[in-house]
Design a protein around this ligand. Structure first.
Ligand SMILES: [Zn+2]
Ligand SMILES: [Zn+2]
Ligand SMILES: [Zn+2]
Length: 264
């Protein structure tokens, strides 16, 4: 992993929990902070390399994220789950579809893709596509698959009562990287799929207990169990000021922030 100058990168488009930071109407220390890393859009990421350009989730801030990072091409979208903070930018995918000859592959669990179809029914008559709409190519996945030469393994986790997926990516240029933005409990069968990671990116909402998200301490426990070489915490609430929280983390663990790019 290097700091700059590569076509192969994992880019944090957004690193906040569902409401964003600052929170509407909140005057807490983080929400009123001028520090840029305390300004967080909804969780989403972009992974590009020799396999192409993959967007992970299409949250409500997708338009601003794409403009900020000058994203012009998306070759596929991976969905972690159908919670609104991960899907409601779906309609912004139009701009990427206009520049494609073929429908846009959307990968996710059968449940997640069925949820997208329920929410955006006008985009899904695949045989009778309306010009200008998102043109999806739904690809339900539950087991490891390949997108070009990138191996992608869905990692099933518990997120309160909802079953969601993180993803593990394996490729010679990036080694192995896993992204799990919404998780409370990682079952043993999924812990087994997360061995020998170079990079782990995982949910850490706040310090206080929460029924659907890991606390910082729970994330650090998962990191201690899995022993990745490097870890980043994401899906952060306004309870976590960036500087003081990051300073208190162990070596090899950092808070993510919007615009952080890991290059390989
Ligand atoms: Zn979320
Ligand atoms: Zn606040
Ligand atoms: Zn969620």
């Amino acid at each position: 992993m290097s700091d700059k100058g590569s076509d192969c990168r994992f880019l944090f488009l957004g690193t906040s929990t569902s409401v964003g930071v600052p929170v509407i109407g909140c005057s807490c220390k983080t929400c009123s902070s001028d520090y840029p890393r305390d300004d967080r859009s909804r969780s989403s990421a972009f992974l590009e390399g020799p396999w192409g350009k993959i967007l992970i989730d299409s949250g409500p801030d997708l338009r601003q994220q794409a403009l900020r990072e000058n994203l012009t091409v998306v070759d596929a979208v991976l969905y972690t789950h159908e919670h609104l903070d991960h899907v409601t930018g779906f309609d912004e995918l139009r701009a990427f579809c206009w520049r494609r000859e073929t429908p846009l592959p959307l990968y996710g669990s059968p449940d997640t893709l069925a949820g997208l179809e329920r929410m955006y029914p006008w985009a899904f008559p695949l045989e009778d596509h309306q010009p200008g709409y998102v043109r999806p190519d739904p690809r339900p996945v539950e087991d490891a698959f390949r997108f070009n030469n990138l191996k992608i393994t869905p990692i099933e986790v518990q997120h309160g009562r909802v079953r969601t997926h993180g993803f593990r990516f394996d490729h010679p240029t990036i080694g192995s990287l896993a992204y799990i933005p919404d998780v409370k409990i990682i079952p043993q069968s999924s812990l087994d799929l997360l061995e020998d990671l170079d990079v782990l990116i995982i949910d850490a909402l706040r310090h206080e207990e929460h029924h659907t998200h890991m606390t910082v301490a729970e994330s650090l426990d998962a990191i201690a169990t899995l022993k990745p070489k490097r870890s980043f915490l994401t899906h952060l609430g306004h309870e976590l000021g960036w500087q003081e929280t990051n300073e208190a983390l162990p070596p090899q663990v950092s808070l993510a922030y919007d615009g952080l790019s890991l290059t390989f």
